[in-house]
Design a protein around this ligand. Structure first.
Ligand code: AMP
Ligand code: ZN
Length: 113
């Protein structure tokens, strides 16, 4: 599968992985938009939020829970942070493997794009 995030999951390309369990991994974004910029992804290849089945929907709840724990570890929980999932071309999704951005460590814009 020619998917950059699947390759990170498989250890075929390097990434700064900060969390991993049987379902979810998290690593630092290669082009950070904030002092803390993490990506939280399912290990399984799900192309986008639009492809998530009802049976898989609890995975997103787990991703949010892990993001909240990582926000504490990264020291941005008290100051505040933003979780973003881009979906599809007009949603700004560039990598076609479901992922959640965790952004924090600076004042983020009040606008959402
Ligand atoms: P999106 O626009 O929501 O699809 O975001 C994709 C994100 O993946 C961008 O913030 C990229 O900087 C990030 N990214 C792409 N390739 C890598 C990589 N090999 N390692 C870490 N982050 C990556
Ligand atoms: Zn993938």
């Amino acid at each position: 599968m020619d998917c950059v995030f699947c390759k990170i999951v498989a250890g075929e390309i390097p990434a700064d992985i900060i969390y991993r369990d049987e379902e979810v991994i998290a690593f630092r974004d290669i082009n950070p938009q904030a002092p803390v910029h993490l990506l939280i992804i399912p290990g399984k290849h799900i192309p986008s939020l639009a492809d998530l089945t009802e049976a898989e929907s609890s995975l997103v709840a787990r991703m949010i829970n892990i993001a909240n724990q990582l926000a504490v570890k990264e020291g941005v929980s008290e100051g505040g942070y933003r979780l973003v999932i881009n979906c599809g071309e007009q949603g700004g999704q560039l990598v076609p493997h479901l992922h959640m951005h965790l952004l924090g460590g600076r004042q983020l814009s009040a606008t959402l794009g």
